[in-house]
Design a protein around this ligand. Structure first.
Ligand code: SF4
Ligand code: SF4
Length: 222
């Protein structure tokens, strides 16, 4: 999933300062799972903004709504009937959701309430960890489902750097050495032979070299 964190309230207050009627829009998918932009967080943020406005004598009107997904047009369409009643949208989606809403409503100010961070997993309650950088050429099949692009501090494809100590990364001892994990898993699966292959440098153009990437699936187009 895509993870995000809420911006500091001072930054949000500064963004919405020119507006009186604000539509606060959450997203019920990834950012709800990471407790940054779901229905609950929309409620908490809206209450905080209302209280702050009251305390500072500012007149403000806030409506809360949470879409199932803010990056899919059929859900964004739920805003069509109400958006014109508001001066601005404060979006608690990831950057993709914010931009998708802005494309559908080109005249409305769409403001981001979150800082989008990384693709990751929920490790335990309250802990999310990055595990994929969307490189566009997934090699998890040869690296025992441990991503060296993301989880090795040096992004090494052909074995460890030699600096790890007691299975910890030399760059950050709080983090397990990705290559220790790769070797251990391959050993456990009896697939150490996979490491005989020498991997060429990654083709980073698949990740970020040619502007925004696209996926086109003719079988999904109607
Ligand atoms: S190899 Fe690429 S696509 Fe696969 S997990 Fe790592 S960054 Fe993500
Ligand atoms: S110690 Fe392991 S994870 Fe850290 S940089 Fe070296 S090989 Fe990569």
């Amino acid at each position: 999933m895509i993870t995000a964190e809420r911006k500091p309230i001072s930054e949000i207050k500064e963004m919405i300062a020119p507006y009186r009627k604000i539509l606060v829009v959450g997203c019920g998918s990834c950012v709800a799972e990471c407790a940054a932009g779901g229905e609950k967080e929309v409620g908490l943020l809206s209450s905080a903004l209302r209280m702050d406005a009251k305390a500072s004598g500012k007149e403000i009107e806030i409506k809360e709504i949470t879409l199932d997904r803010q990056c899919v047009y059929e859900f964004i369409d739920h805003l069509a009937e109400i958006i014109s009643q508001y001066d601005a949208v404060l979006s608690l989606a990831c950057g993709a959701g914010v931009q998708a809403v802005a494309e559908v409503f080109p005249k409305a100010p769409i403001l981001p309430a979150l800082n989008t961070t990384f693709l990751g997993e929920t490790k335990e309650a309250g802990l999310w960890v990055e595990n994929c950088r969307g490189c566009g050429d997934c090699k998890l099949g040869v690296f025992a489902a441990v991503c060296p692009v993301t989880r090795c501090a040096k992004g090494l494809f052909n074995g460890p750097c030699g600096g790890s100590k007691t299975d910890r990364c030399e760059v950050d001892p709080d983090v397990p050495c990705a290559w220790q994990l790769i070797v251990t898993r391959l050993e456990d699966m009896g697939q150490l032979d996979l490491l005989r292959k020498v991997h060429p440098p990654a083709d980073w153009s698949k990740q970020q070299g040619k502007g925004p990437r696209k996926i086109i699936r003719e079988d999904q187009r109607t």
